[in-house]
Design a protein around this ligand. Structure first.
Ligand code: PAF
Length: 291
């Protein structure tokens, strides 16, 4: 497994593989790898001839008050975790290598409808930062397919939109969320939880499960009733010891707009705080037929 830091070397490497008709897979990460990341790697490895994992903590997707500086950087243990999993290259550029110009980058990639709702409301600029770095990474690595976790559901939809709108020739694969045995979705930010917060954290998924069940039972024709269910779920999170709730929402699966009624599949999403840890999760639900 080779570690590459320079964009030109990374591009030359994948171009060489492609000249030999080898299929290239790509898993973008910010490092501090856990089983959720390894699941992305394990999903792609059997489908491709060559596999690239990027490790880059992207400054553009962190707000000024967010945890960019504190975000765990664990390259050595990440390399150990990837060893033996079929990864050919770890692309680990510096921020200067990725963004060499005077700050900020003068080009922006924005997906306004998807980026300004839900997490975008409490994290302005976050998805523009994600869209920018993902577009750059896809242009540098030029993979045939790339894997993203369903846990970051809104990010996944933003990435799909960017890829479709910019005609990027890559197949985006969504990989189901990996959970602890008590339901907590794996996330690097779980490390911020103390023992008491960790005990409370599974209530996020449990609340989404209750909401999803209610939404499924409510059928596809009752968008007005959703507000009451969302409010009840929000209260359930507060009662379970969450310190604050950014949102609990039931949305359409593709554009994350509020359901109009009639949708068979919707997604329940939530973001809530335990101390300094902001946890997110989601659950896609098939709603009951009404006929
Ligand atoms: O999901 C992440 O880890 C990041 O948002 C990503 C996709 C690697 C972009 O920095």
């Amino acid at each position: 497994m080779r570690v590459i830091e320079r964009k030109a070397a990374m591009r030359a490497c994948t171009r060489d593989w492609r000249c030999q008709a080898e299929r290239v897979g790509f898993v973008p990460t910010m490092g501090n790898l856990h089983r959720g990341h390894l699941e992305l790697v394990d999903r792609l490895a059997p489908q491709v001839d060559r596999l690239v994992v990027s490790i880059f903590v992207n400054p553009l997707q962190f707000g000024p008050e967010e945890d960019y500086d504190a975000y765990p950087r664990t390259l050595e243990s990440d390399l150990t975790a990837l060893d033996g999993r079929g990864v050919d290259v770890v692309f680990a550029p510096t921020a200067r290598e990725m963004y060499p110009g005077a700050e900020p980058p003068w080009t922006g990639i924005d997906v306004p409808a998807l980026s300004q709702t839900l997490c975008g409301e409490s994290r302005p600029g976050h998805f523009a930062g994600v869209a920018m770095v993902v577009a750059k990474l896809l242009n540098i690595v030029e993979p045939d397919c790339a894997a993203f976790g369903c846990k970051d559901y809104q990010q996944l939809q933003v990435v799909r939109r960017v890829v479709a709108d910019l005609d990027l020739p890559v197949d985006i694969q969504a990989v189901p969320t990996v959970r602890e045995s008590d339901g907590l979705a794996l996330s690097s930010r779980n490390a911020y939880l103390d023992a008491e917060q960790r005990r409370r954290a599974p209530a996020l998924y449990a609340t989404l499960q209750v909401l999803a069940e209610q939404v499924a039972r409510a059928g596809a024709e009752q968008p007005d009733g959703l507000a009451g269910l969302e409010a009840a779920a929000r209260q359930r999170l507060l009662d379970s010891g969450f310190d604050a709730v950014d949102y609990v929402a039931v949305r359409r699966c593709d554009d994350l707009a509020p359901p109009r009624g009639g949708e068979r599949r919707v997604v329940c999403l939530a973001a809530a705080w335990l101390g300094g840890a902001r946890l997110i999760d989601n659950l896609v639900v098939e709603r009951a037929a009404v006929d």
